[in-house]
Design a protein around this ligand. Structure first.
Ligand code: ZN
Length: 167
């Protein structure tokens, strides 16, 4: 067998995603499909759900697809304010069309504020609903940036995610 030639599948495939959105007055703070009580929200063309965006990119990466900007270009006025759960729904369709079954997702929110841990179960429920995944196959963690850098100065929220599929 030639180097890097795989036996017939399915195979485990992994992807990573990273996203960041800046805080803005007068916007909602929606993370993982859940509106979080917060004195500031997140700026973006969609609902700016940084967690869903990182997860979407991780999932798209598992099958070698381009990032969500390709499917939901910021220049498209018809998707202004779209719920990022709809973005995840579209990503799930793209994976299903390629016979890729989502195995699990893991993610970390990096933010000085707001407090997100009390909302993690609700986020898992929302994300699990659109992706068809039980909560135990979705990881959502949160950390601060120890007051360093743009996240540390509370200028916004960053999110990282990984995903694996069988396909
Ligand atoms: Zn984003």
């Amino acid at each position: 067998m030639a180097a890097n030639t795989l036996p017939p599948g399915p195979h485990y495939r992994t992807g990573i995603g990273y996203d960041v959105h800046q805080f803005a007055e007068g916007r909602k703070c929606i993370l993982g499909g859940v509106e979080i009580p917060s004195d500031v929200g997140l700026l973006g063309h969609s609902d700016a759900d940084v967690l869903c965006h990182a997860i979407a990119d991780a999932l798209l990466g598992t099958v070698g697809l381009p990032d969500i900007g390709h499917f939901f270009p910021p220049s498209d006025p018809t998707i202004e304010g779209i719920s990022s759960l709809e973005i995840l729904r579209k990503v799930a369709e793209e994976l299903a069309a390629r016979d890729a079954v989502i195995v699990n997702i893991d993610s970390t929110l990096i933010a000085e504020k707001p407090k997100v841990l009390p909302h993690v179960d609700a986020m898992k429920e929302k994300i699990g609903e659109v992706l068809g995944l039980p909560a135990e196959r979705i990881g959502i963690k949160a950390t601060t940036n120890e007051k360093m850098g743009f996240v540390g100065r509370s200028e916004g929220i960053a999110a990282m995610a990984s995903a694996s599929v069988l396909g």
